[in-house]
Design a protein around this ligand. Structure first.
Ligand code: ZN
Length: 488
C-alpha cells in the first residue's frame, strides 16, 4: 500500500514500549529480577505476591536507569514525581493493581533521532516512567473440564520502564526503524537488554489512518507483537484494513486489537465501551520522589557516547562507509573492540583494515558460532595481535583467516599460529629448496615465463607456496624465483 504524493490518506503511528530494566532486584522488593530457568514461584516474597500489609520499597537502580534513558532521549527530569496505583483485576496481578506513574512521570518530553530509508528522522517522546511487571499465567491442556491455569509470580514486580512516543511515525517501516533505534539506545546506556523474543522489550502501537491534514482519527491500539517483523506486519495489516474501511466511506472504531501471528491479522479484543477504567490514585505506601539537580548531573555523567554521535565520529575520524559504520556501531561492545584495536593514534588505513576484519571475518565467525550480537569470538588484544602479525609479514592473510577460528579461549593469535605451524617461514634455505622443487615440477610454466609470458610467475609462486604449506612470504618467494630463473 503506497503512502506517497497523491494519496488521500496518511497513517499516524505512536508506539508505547515496555522495557525490562537490568536491575538485580525487583521494583519494590529484594527478590532477584532475573529468573530465567528458575522454578515457578521461587522468586517471590510477601511484597511481590501482593500479601496484605506488605510494604513496597523503591528500587533506586530502576529509578536511575529510567532517568538515564530519559537523559539519552533529551527528556526533562522534573524535580518531583510520584507513584500511582493502576487498578484492575486479573489472575496474574496478585495485588489487584500495578504501581505505576500517572500524571507526574520521571521523564517528560525528548525525542528519538533515527534513520529511516536513508533519511534522518526525529520522533517525539511524550514521557518515560517506571512501573512493575505482572506475573504470568501458564495454561495446561487437559480433558474437557480438567484444563488448568497456573500462575507463576517470578515476573511479578520486575522493574519495567514505559517509553511513550508521540504520534510522529508515518509508516510501518518508519515504526520498525524507530524501534530498532530505541532498542539500540537502551542497550548503549545499559538500561535493558531490549530482547524482544524474551519479552524484555514489548511494543504496543496506536494506529490511525486519516484523511491527509485532517484531525487525528479514532485510534486503534494493536497489541501482542513479539518481534520487529511482527510489528511491521501488524501495522501493514492495520493500515490496509483502515484504508479499506475509510475508502468505503466507513469510520474507524476506537478499539484494542490483538495481532495473531499465525494468521497474519489483527482481531478486535476490546471496544471503547469495554475499556478499562484504571481509577488511578496516588500510591499511599510510597513517598513521592524528589530528584535533585545533583542526582541528575551525576547520572548524566554516566551517559556513554550515544549511537548517533558515535556513527558521526566514526565517519569523520576514520572515513569508513555508512554500511560499515552501521554494522560496527550496532552494538556498543563491538564498536569498543574496533576502537581498542585501532588505538587512539590509529591511521585511517589501520581503521579500514580493522573494520574489514571485524565486519567480515570476525562477525562471520560470530554468526557461525551463534554468539549474541554484542559478543565477538575474540577480544581486542587478540584481534590486534592478529592484525599486527599480518602487517609484519609473520602471517599471510590466508594463514590469518585459517588461524582465526582455531584460536583457543584467551590465546594470542601468534601463539595459535605457532601451535598450528602457520607462522610465515623465515628460513631462506627451506624456501629456496621449495623454489627448486617447484621449478622442477613445472617445466611448462618455466618455459612460458622464459617465452615472455609474465603471468606464469603467478603459477610458480603458487606452486612454491603450496610446498611450504602456505607459510612462505610471497614477496620472498617471488624474489627467489626471479633469482633462480635468471641464473640458470
Ligand atoms: Zn519479592
Amino acid at each position: 500500500m503506497e503512502s506517497g504524493g497523491g494519496d488521500r490518506f496518511e497513517m499516524v503511528i505512536g508506539l508505547e514500549v515496555h522495557a525490562q530494566l537490568l536491575t538485580h532486584s525487583k521494583m519494590y522488593c529484594g527478590c532477584a529480577a532475573r529468573y530465567a530457568d528458575a522454578a515457578p514461584n521461587s522468586h517471590v516474597c510477601a511484597v511481590c505476591a501482593g500479601l496484605p500489609g506488605a510494604l513496597p520499597v523503591m528500587n533506586r537502580a530502576a529509578v536511575e536507569f529510567c532517568i538515564l534513558t530519559g537523559l539519552a532521549l533529551g527528556a526533562e527530569i522534573p524535580g518531583f514525581c510520584k507513584l500511582d496505583r493502576k487498578n484492575y483485576v486479573y489472575p496474574d496481578l496478585p495485588k489487584g493493581y500495578q504501581i505505576s506513574q500517572y500524571d507526574l512521570p520521571l521523564c517528560i518530553g525528548g525525542a528519538l533521532e533515527f534513520a529511516s530509508e536513508g533519511a534522518p528522522k526525529r520522533a517525539g517522546i511524550t514521557r518515560v516512567h517506571i512501573e512493575e511487571d505482572t506475573g504470568r499465567l501458564v495454561h495446561r491442556a487437559g480433558a474437557p473440564g480438567d484444563e488448568v491455569s497456573l500462575v507463576d509470580l517470578n515476573r511479578s514486580g520486575v522493574p519495567l520502564m514505559e517509553i511513550v512516543g508521540e504520534p510522529d511515525l508515518r509508516s510501518p517501516a518508519e515504526a520498525a526503524d524507530y524501534l530498532v533505534a530505541l532498542r539500540q539506545t537502551l542497550r548503549y546506556v545499559g538500561a535493558s537488554t531490549g530482547n524482544m523474543e524474551e519479552g524484555a522489550f514489548r511494543c504496543d502501537a496506536n494506529v490511525s489512518v486519516r484523511e491527509r491534514g485532517a484531525p487525528l482519527g479514532a485510534k486503534v491500539e494493536v497489541k501482542n507483537m513479539n518481534s520487529f517483523r511482527a510489528v511491521e506486519r501488524a501495522l501493514r495489516f492495520e493500515e490496509e484494513r483502515q484504508r479499506a474501511v475509510l475508502a468505503e466511506g466507513g469510520s474507524i472504531a476506537q478499539e484494542t486489537r490483538g495481532w495473531v501471528e499465525a494468521s497474519g491479522v489483527t482481531v478486535s479484543q476490546r471496544t471503547k465501551e469495554q475499556a478499562h477504567d484504571y481509577r488511578y490514585f496516588p500510591e499511599p505506601d510510597l513517598p513521592p520522589l524528589t530528584i535533585s539537580a545533583e542526582m541528575v548531573a551525576e547520572i548524566r555523567d554516566r551517559l556513554p557516547e550515544l549511537p548517533g554521535a558515535r556513527r558521526d565520529r566514526f565517519a569523520s575520524r576514520y572515513g569508513l562507509d555508512a554500511k560499515e559504520i552501521e554494522t560496527l556501531t550496532a552494538e556498543r561492545e563491538v564498536a569498543d573492540v574496533f576502537e581498542a584495536v585501532v588505538g587512539p593514534d590509529g591511521t585511517a588505513e589501520a581503521a579500514r583494515r580493522a573494520a574489514n576484519w571485524i565486519v567480515n571475518d570476525v562477525m562471520g565467525l560470530q554468526r557461525a558460532r551463534g554468539l549474541p550480537p554484542e559478543q565477538l569470538p575474540i577480544n581486542a588484544a587478540q584481534l590486534r595481535d592478529l592484525l599486527d602479525a599480518v602487517a609484519a609479514g609473520e602471517l599471510s592473510a590466508r594463514a590469518a583467516k585459517e588461524v582465526l577460528p582455531r584460536i583457543a579461549d584467551g590465546e594470542l593469535p601468534r601463539a595459535a599460529a605457532g601451535r598450528l605451524n602457520l607462522l610465515a617461514l623465515d628460513d631462506e634455505e627451506v624456501v629456496r629448496s621449495a623454489v627448486t622443487d617447484a621449478l622442477a615440477a613445472s617445466p611448462s610454466a618455466v618455459a612460458d615465463f622464459r617465452a615472455g609470458k609474465k603471468a606464469a610467475m603467478g603459477r610458480l609462486i603458487g606452486e612454491t607456496m603450496k610446498r611450504t604449506g602456505g607459510r612462505a612470504k610471497p614477496e620472498q618467494v617471488r624474489m627467489l624465483l626471479e633469482e633462480a630463473l635468471t641464473e640458470s
